[in-house]
Design a protein around this ligand. Structure first.
Ligand SMILES: *Cc1c(COP(=O)(O)O)cnc(C)c1O
Length: 381
């Protein structure tokens, strides 16, 4: 029997597909929005119109299924369109349990927009399994949504334990695994029913494509409804962006492993630093999520961390202004390191402390990143 290929082999070769017509090693970009019908009125070549899907969406979905151990995947134009498709595919009325601390845009949609679609959410401390258990309404709760590690405090949830709680109550478990990436965690193997990615982040990795994906444990009616949403509403990704994404995914493992090593180095350097209140990173032994993360994340703790600057909001914003190597910008997961004063973005009601700077570690020499942060904190006084 042939051994199953390792995930990095699959990613590096984009699933191994070679264009059957030309032998091209890199798949062609088909700009066509429409495909020819056979003389007998059939579509035997499998493509009809580019709103439901395209050759590149299918190829990327095959790779994502392999990386996440899923049965079916759905590639769309943003992480937000992936996540909202996962919610809107639920039967209504729907009750959801979701984290207090999670990607802000998605929390805002659940809190402010979802109710008008018949979706009600209870937000809980998702690092506390007992809080999740209490919030689940058996028979009514349709989904438990998790993010682990979760933006921007990097709290960790035991995915396998949360899956058991959700399933006991007849709900499904969905995981926003953008930060963990398929390199470090495969939530479906831990019992999750759906995995969501903002492919804008690590999957693409170069801050030049907006994309999102869902990967389903089963090709069932729920997955059909999510796919129908894409094909009816047109949240499909364009062929140019899909091609860039597939190129980015080829180096996913290399990038993420390097980013994990550098992030750990930065976190260790600044843990206990005289000018900081706190360094938040699940890779630090003192972090409350460390034990679960060490079990659940294989090969690293991710490329994201946060620091809390002594002196409050003003000192934090000033430190960010002093940085030269780290770029002040939102988003994460790219090859260049980014810093963001997250509370400014999230606004009133955010659980994010105002002295917090979120750091996305890129591929630069970690010594340069550490030195730049050092000078920025010193220049503050
Ligand atoms: C960016 C992000 C999203 C939203 O994805 P977009 O591609 O910006 O729509 C969702 N979850 C997490 C964790 C993110 O970082």
């Amino acid at each position: 029997m042939t051994k199953r290929l390792s995930p990095e082999t699959i990613a590096a070769q984009a699933g191994g597909a070679v264009d059957p017509v030309t032998g091209a090693i890199i798949p062609p970009i088909h700009l066509a929005t429409t495909f020819e019908r056979d003389p007998d009125n059939q579509y035997r070549r499998g493509y009809v119109y580019s709103r439901p899907d395209t050759p590149l969406t299918r190829q990327i979905e095959d790779v994502l299924c392999e990386l996440e151990h899923g049965a079916r995947a759905l590639l769309v134009g943003s992480g937000m369109s992936a996540a909202t498709a996962a919610f809107l595919a639920l039967e209504r009325p729907a009750h959801l349990v979701a984290p207090n601390v999670m990607y802000w845009g998605l929390k805002k949609w659940l809190a402010e927009d979802a109710p008008s679609y018949g979706i009600r959410t209870t937000f809980v401390d998702a690092t506390d399994l007992e809080a999740i258990r209490v919030a689940i309404e058996p028979g009514t709760t349709r989904m438990v949504w998790l993010e682990s590690p979760a933006n921007p405090l990097w709290g960790v949830t035991d995915i396998a334990a949360a899956a058991a709680l959700a399933h006991e109550a007849g709900a499904i478990l969905a995981v926003d695994s953008t930060i963990a990436t398929p390199v470090l965690t495969q939530p479906i193997s831990l019992g999750a029913d759906v995995v969501m990615h903002s492919a804008t982040k690590y999957l693409n990795g170069h801050s030049d494509v907006l994309a999102g994906a869902l990967v389903f444990a089963r090709a069932d009616a729920y997955a059909d409804r999510a796919a129908r949403f894409r094909s009816m509403v047109g949240t499909v990704i364009g062929p140019m962006e899909a091609s860039l994404l597939l190129r980015g995914m080829r180096t996913l493992h290399l990038r993420v492993r390097h980013q994990c090593r550098s992030a750990l180095q930065v976190a260790r350097h600044f843990d206990g630093h005289a000018r900081l209140e706190e360094t938040l990173y699940p890779g630090l032994p003192g972090d409350p999520g460390h034990a679960v993360a060490a079990r659940q994340m294989v090969g690293g703790f991710g490329g994201m961390l946060s620091i809390r600057v002594k002196g409050g909001e003003t000192a934090a914003i000033r430190a960010a202004a002093n940085l030269k190597v780290w770029k002040r910008a939102t988003s994460l997961g790219g090859v260049e390191s980014l810093v963001e004063h997250r509370a400014s973005v999230e606004g009133p009601g955010t659980p994010c402390p105002t002295d917090l700077l979120r750091l996305s570690v890129g591929l630069e020499d970690p010594a340069d990143l550490i030195a730049d942060l050092e000078q920025a904190l010193v220049a503050n006084t």
